[in-house]
Design a binder for this molecule. Structure first.
Ligand code: PMP
Length: 349
């Protein structure tokens, strides 16, 4: 006799992380290659001597800093060990096994995994032909068993953005007892003036939560800190299902320091946006189909040529993120990293 794990996990694919290949340029995980903000590094160095102590379980200073930054009550904020942990906590906080979670697909890989692990039912709604979220189809997929809807904007991996009017019209029609989670992991990179601001929406709508992260624009992926701004009872439930001490001490101080460095953040996001436009323009000129993107990556729906493209990039020492049979997602890096990728894309075209 051997121990038994849950039978339904046998078929569950594990989360696939972007690969790191020594000697190659990694454009596979939507990280900023510039690194953390200098003030975050200084805060980490200062706090390092205290890591024999448990972190502040209530994440007090960071919660206060976020509350001041967004002008929201601290009761509406929950911090997690990366926003991926918050995704799981949100499903745990809203769903029992018979309940359904609606999400777009293809989108962030963790949604189906987390939903299944928690034991709820996944309802995947295909993207439109333009690689964007199909809000009408998502609305049609909501049933009395639906407790939560993930709305990822800009969408990972396609980069497509929802505009304010279409999102508001969708939210008008979602039943009030269904929580809509706006996953805005790439919010800081958005330049479109017609983009919705999830935090603003949470002020007006009691069934909406916005989820953001310090992993992407703030350059803190290795530290693990994300946050949700949510209705108070949802934020409270998120804190209850959180594993104690899961937001580590260095992440907490680095996030506080990063929040205070908005000028630096804006500068680096503007540089990413400008490189994003250049990479997009050059790929289109090479004949690639590339959806409009507002994130720090581009999506190449290469379909059956995806694997071949992935191999070609690897041979040219550029690591991209391939989704077999669908496409490749390529992170915007420093100008010289993007040049190396564009050269690989050119010799493949
Ligand atoms: N949401 C989306 C859409 C993402 O792409 C990611 C990271 N790939 C996350 C959430 C989670 O990020 P983190 O856990 O690092 O905050």
């Amino acid at each position: 006799m051997s121990v038994r794990t849950r039978a339904d996990l046998d078929q569950l694919p594990a989360y696939v992380a972007g690969r790191t290949v020594p000697g190659s340029i990694k454009l596979a995980s939507n990280e900023v290659s510039e690194g953390p903000l200098p003030s975050a590094v200084a805060a980490i160095n200062q706090a390092a001597a205290e890591v024999h102590r448990y972190p502040d379980m209530g994440v007090g200073k960071l919660t206060e800093a976020l509350a001041a930054h967004y002008r929201v009550e601290p009761e509406r904020i929950a911090v997690g060990c990366g926003s991926v942990a918050l995704c799981e906590q949100l499903v745990q906080a809203t769903c029992t096994p018979a309940d359904e979670v609606v999400f777009p697909w293809r989108s962030f890989e963790a949604y189906p995994i987390i939903t299944q692990v928690v034991g709820a039912k996944q309802v995947r709604v295909p993207l439109t032909g333009e690689h964007a979220l199909d809000l009408e189809a998502m609305l049609a997929a909501i049933t009395p068993a639906t407790r939560m809807v993930f709305v990822c904007t800009p969408n990972n991996p396609t980069g497509t953005l929802l505009r304010t009017a279409e999102l508001e019209s969708f939210l008008d029609r979602v039943p009030e007892d269904v929580l809509v989670v706006l996953d805005e992991a790439y919010f800081e990179f958005v330049t479109d003036p017609d983009a919705p601001d999830g935090v603003e929406i949470t002020r007006r709508r009691p069934n909406v939560a916005s989820m953001r992260t310090f992993s992407k624009a703030y350059g803190m992926a290795g530290l693990r800190a994300g946050y949700a701004i949510a209705p108070p009872q949802v934020a409270e439930a998120l804190r209850k299902v959180c594993i104690p001490f899961s937001v580590n001490a260095l992440a907490q101080v680095a996030a506080v320091a990063s929040l205070a460095a908005q000028d630096e953040l804006r500068k680096r996001c503007a540089a990413v946006a400008s490189e994003r436009e250049r990479v997009h323009r050059e790929l289109v000129a090479l004949g690639y189909e590339v959806p409009e993107t507002q994130a720090n990556f581009v999506w190449l729906p290469l379909r059956e040529r995806t694997e071949e493209f992935n191999e070609h990039c690897l041979q040219n020492r550029v690591v991209v993120r391939a989704f077999a049979g669908e496409g490749a997602r390529v992170t915007i890096g420093q100008p010289e990293e993007n040049d190396a990728f564009l050269a690989a894309a050119k010799s493949f075209a």
